[in-house]
Design a binder for this molecule. Structure first.
Ligand code: 4AD
Ligand code: MG
Length: 461
């Protein structure tokens, strides 16, 4: 007897006399003298159909095999007579491993995404989420493959940290002090020397600063891990816990950084087009009609590149009525990003050289004294998917920037040391993994591409 998963059974090259397949019942259809059981085990989108009739001793109990039940089917793998699947099982033995009660929430009708979010423990069994999480897994694999093929070293940066990389004050505090009655100093301040790490600590917002350490020892490195942001923005593209990929490259400038970002995005899309064709077809049918064509298009053409100053001019002269009028010196709003990527250029756009006031302390100052060597990659439907920069490698400039941002030199002594001992130009970026997944699947809400979404007010599972 051959034990097969559903994907292997459906991809068989010849009939098999005796196979065994386990999974969950998606639907059961009863006819006179026989029943069809559709079985899915998450290995692929399609179900394997089992035909159960009087030759199967359990046929008398077929009504027990309810939607959602865990089952094991044994029988012959035969060519399917019906349209659709190539193979089906003629059941000779059925085992009910775990019956699903009649209240099983995933009945055949289509459920709203909002409803499915409330049952995050069961939604991976719904077609859409089965596909999303298979693509998520493949995308993670492709990320590693891209960097490993290019001899980048994978670095694990800490999740608990004392420094606020982005300086945006969006850190979750990590503390073992009693929040209601923390120890206090004589001045009445919270006494963090009594805390677990004997100082204030937080969940990391980015592994970049630590990645820089390793770029200046291993030349080309990347991180890939969870990051946390306590920003209270309830949008479809912000999560409080999300995964980020952060390459960091020594002896690299902004141009090299933008080239790497573009090559990386194209690589990931090509990989998913190649390896997740079945799932993408489903997204194209049910989520986003133009998905496949748009993804192909992105892989085939260069991204548009323009400076922040050019972008602002273009937006000012667009004749478009924006809710937030565009103004030099302000961040681009999502409506501006949408205009650039969806209406004007109709493709991904890399915007570079931002005003230094709106960017963090670590970005390299340009000779104009006004801008820093930053870059953001914007894509249609999502907006910002990558944020990166060339880093300030000159100690005097870094010190000036830190002073400007009111950061203490003592706190960043190790970061400054990197500029004292063998400093070198270096650059990197962060790709939001969930945003990339939204881009390749067409799924419109970040809550639906992460297994257990963490957003303000939401940590049920
Ligand atoms: O632009 P950000 O804040 O850049 C950094 O954190 C840098 N330290 C990266 C670097 O240069 N190594 O974040 C990078 C990307 C964004 O472009 C976006 O895709 C994603 O991370 N991101 C989020 N994704 C989901 N939810 C959030 N709240 C996100 N905040 C940022
Ligand atoms: Mg950013």
């Amino acid at each position: 007897m051959k034990k097969l998963n559903v994907k292997a059974a459906l991809g068989a090259t010849s009939a098999e006399e005796s196979v065994k397949v386990s999974g969950w019942v998606r639907t059961r259809r009863d006819a006179k003298g026989f029943s069809f059981l559709e079985i899915n085990d998450g290995t692929c989108l399609a179900n394997l159909q089992a035909i159960v009739d009087e030759k199967c001793p359990e046929f008398g109990q077929i009504h027990e095999f309810t939607t959602g039940s865990a089952v094991c089917v044994q029988g012959a793998l035969v060519e399917s007579q019906g349209a659709g699947q190539a193979w089906e099982i003629q059941a000779s033995k059925l085992e009910l491993i775990g019956k699903a009660e009649d209240s099983y929430p995933l009945q055949k009708k289509r459920h709203s995404l909002e409803y499915l979010r409330e049952i995050a423990h069961l939604r991976p069994r719904a077609n859409l989420f089965g596909a999303v999480f298979r693509v998520r897994s493949r995308l993670a694999y492709a990320v590693h493959q891209f960097f490993q093929e290019r001899e980048f070293i994978y670095v694990h940066t800490p999740l608990i940290t004392a420094s606020d990389c982005e300086g945006a004050g969006e850190m979750f505090r990590v503390s073992t002090l009693d929040p209601k009655d923390p120890p206090r100093t004589e001045e009445g301040e919270i006494d963090y020397s009594k805390d677990f790490f004997e100082r204030p600590t937080y969940l990391t917002v980015s592994g970049q600063l630590e990645a820089e350490i390793f770029a200046l020892s291993h030349s080309k490195v990347y991180t890939f891990g969870p990051t946390f942001r306590a920003e209270n923005s309830n949008t479809s593209r912000h999560a409080s816990e999300f995964w980020m990929i952060e390459p960091e490259v020594a002896f690299c400038d902004l141009e090299g950084d933008m080239d790497l970002a573009e090559e990386f995005i194209k690589y990931l899309i090509s990989d998913i087009l190649e390896h997740c064709a079945g799932d993408l077809e489903m997204f194209g049918k049910f989520v986003d009609k133009g998905l496949h064509e748009r993804l192909r298009f992105v892989t085939e053409r260069p991204f548009e590149r323009l400076s922040y100053t050019e972008a602002v001019e273009l937006l000012e002269n667009s004749g478009e009525k924006f809710d937030f009028p565009i103004r030099y010196g302000a961040n681009l709003q999502s409506e501006h990003e949408r205009y650039l990527t969806e209406k004007h250029f109709k493709r991904p756009v890399t915007v570079y050289n931002y005003p230094k006031e709106i960017k963090p302390f670590y970005m390299r100052q340009n000779n104009d004294d006004k801008t820093v060597a930053a870059m953001d990659v914007l894509v249609p439907g999502i907006g910002e998917i990558i944020g990166g920069s060339q880093r300030e490698e000159r100690l005097d400039r870094l010190d000036a920037a830190m002073e400007h941002h009111e950061l203490s030199k003592e706190d960043y002594w190790w970061y400054r040391d990197l500029r004292r001992y063998g400093s070198a130009p270096h650059a990197g970026f962060g790709l939001g993994f969930e945003r990339m997944l939204m881009f390749v699947t067409g799924v419109g809400n970040i809550r639906d591409v992460i297994p257990f979404a963490r957003t303000p007010g939401n940590a049920e599972f």
